[in-house]
Design a protein around this ligand. Structure first.
Ligand SMILES: [Zn+2]
Length: 277
């Protein structure tokens, strides 16, 4: 499932060919993917120009002409775009078609149909449920410390919670915790100031590195990435830790496969006594 770096990379790849283009026609072949419904999406976007293409959390966002609202697309498990002109044959699983005023046709393909195509007049309202952007200026160490202090829960499920910090998924949550030397089950409200600072650096560092490598490719849905060669724990169960040589462990945490080094990320240091300076 694409996370922040893969969505960011997708936005950057599609921006030059979408910004400034008017959407001439929209066809949905999977009505449950359109929100609030197909007619509302069509009415909202057809005839409108894409002024800006950007990312918010794991959404691709097309800002339309001033006052005309926004098109938000969430790729979820298997959603991806294809330019019709780049294919001799139609790809499988086309769920929606966007025709542009320059004659180009963009297909939205999605084998598993979990993706969403949303028209929203009010962007703030539509994204009210999303937490802070980890790469934006407002995500400071102090902000992270405040967030963590408010939650008496395990750190990894919190990192995956899009309503708290937006954009991290299973891969980058595992990688960030490894960088910060934190056990995935560490209680959020028991981190020392030093651990919070490490986690803040780790989250930003791993996301920036992943964007630099065009994200992670683990299946054919997202083929462009090179970050999979630089992952330290995700998908590496049983292989030696790059820091200490201990085999990377795998466990289930909040229903998600979780990878960590049992030595570098021991649960120690997660006590109240480590909090006060
Ligand atoms: Zn280790």
């Amino acid at each position: 499932m694409p996370e922040l770096p893969e969505v960011e990379t997708t936005v950057r790849a599609y921006r030059p060919r979408l910004e400034g283009r008017r959407i001439a026609r929209f066809v949905s072949r999977c009505s449950k993917q359109a929100e609030p419904n197909v007619a509302a999406v069509r009415r909202g976007i057809v005839g409108k120009r894409v002024v800006r293409l950007r990312r918010r959390a794991k959404y691709i966002v097309a800002d339309l002409d001033a006052g005309c609202g926004h098109l938000l697309i969430h790729l979820r498990m298997s959603g991806h775009f294809e330019w019709a002109a780049e294919h001799d044959r139609r790809p499988r699983h086309i769920r929606a078609i966007f025709d542009l005023d320059d004659g180009n046709r963009l297909w939205f393909c999605d084998a598993r149909k979990f993706g969403k195509i949303v028209y929203a007049r009010d962007f703030a309202e539509a994204t009210r449920h999303l937490g802070v952007e980890p790469l934006e200026r407002g995500f400071t160490t102090a902000r992270l410390r405040r967030i963590l202090g408010e939650h008496a829960r395990q750190i990894k499920p919190l990192l995956l919670d899009q309503s708290i910090i937006a954009g991290l998924g299973n891969i980058y949550a595992d990688e960030a915790l490894f960088r910060a030397r934190l056990h995935p089950a560490t209680r959020c409200d028991r981190l020392s100031n030093g651990q919070v600072k490490s986690l803040h650096d780790a989250i930003r560092g791993v996301l920036r590195t992943a964007i630099r490598y065009d994200g992670t490719t683990i299946d054919s849905v997202y083929p462009r990435g090179r970050m999979q060669r630089h992952l330290k724990v995700y998908g590496r169960a049983g292989l030696p830790c790059g820091r200490c040589g201990t085999p990377i462990a795998a466990m289930r945490l909040a229903q998600r496969g979780t990878h960590f080094c049992p030595k570098c990320q021991a649960l120690s240091g997660n006590r109240r006594t480590s909090l006060s300076p």
